[in-house]
Write a protein that binds this ligand. Structure first.
Ligand code: ASN
Ligand code: ZN
Length: 324
């Protein structure tokens, strides 16, 4: 029957077998097609995965999505649902806007494109150049990072520059590490053979940010050793035209504070605390010091003043040199 919800199976970028929620449609000619449109979630407008090459929802002539061309779309569709489930189950949040807005991804974007982004309306994933990166939708933490930008836009709406922008980036990374529970790295599943051979086994690390160097042109603006900063002593005073004033660089200081707290109380409680601060207290112009105040306040709201959780939250900020 046309428009009928249908289960498909597929293969992801790394060969994983995936079960997918899809829709059966009737093409103009004979036969049956299946599209990456998931309408199985009550109260959600749907999860849709588009192919940038056709500007249409990804389509296949069977319910088995195993051709290599489909691998990036299979992972984007699968990971979008995982991230949707995370926000619903952990935070009672129904999609990016908490009103069930459609979750839309575009895959196969550009040529050799080593990035993914949220443009204010949907996610877009490149396929990488095959050496430094593989198709970016393969990373659950990458999908979570990009979708978290959508949540942030709809909540604190942190301005994408200087410290507020670094907080925006840090919340995106922290949710990336919370959804993809296995480790404290971002992008470990999207690095290509050339990057891995060079020792770049992830994009960023929350546990040890300074294991990776920053872009060469940023080095003169930092007080550290040219590595990602783990402490305010290594803060990069970047001008606006370089990474919007260091939004992807100084974010690692907040990332590291979250890691320190998370190691003490676990990822579930860390998520409750940071999510509450994001939706309840933070504003577009909040800076690092505001973040300390509000994130500790959130821990106290949920777990009580003087609780182990509140103390672990404060300890995270103490250890990276952020004070009120
Ligand atoms: N992947 C990056 C991000 O989400 C892309 C960008 O800088 N716009 O922040
Ligand atoms: Zn980002």
């Amino acid at each position: 029957e046309e428009g009928e919800f249908h289960k498909s199976v597929g293969t992801g970028v790394h060969g994983d077998h995936r079960e997918l929620h899809t829709t059966r449609v009737k093409p103009p000619q004979q036969g049956t097609n299946f599209i990456l449109a998931d309408s199985s979630h009550e109260g959600l407008e749907g999860i849709y995965t588009f192919d940038s090459n056709t500007d249409e929802i990804a389509v296949n002539n069977s319910a088995s999505w195993k051709k290599e061309y489909h691998h990036p779309a299979v992972d984007a569709h699968y990971n979008s649902e995982k991230v949707y489930d995370y926000f619903l189950n952990e935070h009672d949040r129904n999609s990016l806007d908490d009103e069930g807005m459609a979750i839309i991804s575009y895959v196969n974007y550009g040529t050799d494109f080593n990035n993914a982004f949220w443009n204010g309306r949907h996610m877009t994933y490149g396929n990488g150049d095959g050496d430094y990166m593989v198709p970016l939708s393969a990373g659950l933490d990458v999908a979570a990072h990009e979708m978290a930008h959508g949540v942030i836009t709809n909540t604190a709406n942190l301005e994408y520059r200087f410290e507020s922008g670094a907080l925006n980036e840090a919340f995106a990374d922290i949710f990336g590490a919370l959804v993809d529970e296995d480790n404290w790295e971002i992008g470990e599943d999207i690095m290509g053979p050339g990057a891995i051979a060079d020792g770049r086994t992830s994009l960023r690390s929350l546990s040890d940010p300074s294991k990776y160097p920053v872009n060469e042109e940023y080095i003169p603006y930092g007080d550290g050793e040219g590595m990602y900063p783990s402490h305010m002593d290594e803060f990069y005073d970047l001008p606006m035209h370089l990474d919007n004033g260091g939004v992807h660089i100084n974010s690692s200081i907040i990332n590291h504070a979250a890691y320190i707290t998370g190691e003490q109380i676990g990822k579930e409680k860390l998520g409750q605390i940071y999510y509450r601060a994001l939706v309840t207290y933070l504003t577009p112009t909040s800076d690092f010091s505001d973040a300390r105040l509000y994130i500790i306040q959130s821990a106290e709201d949920i777990y009580g003043e003087g609780s182990e959780e509140a103390r672990a939250t404060a300890d995270g900020f103490d250890q990276v040199g952020i004070y009120e």
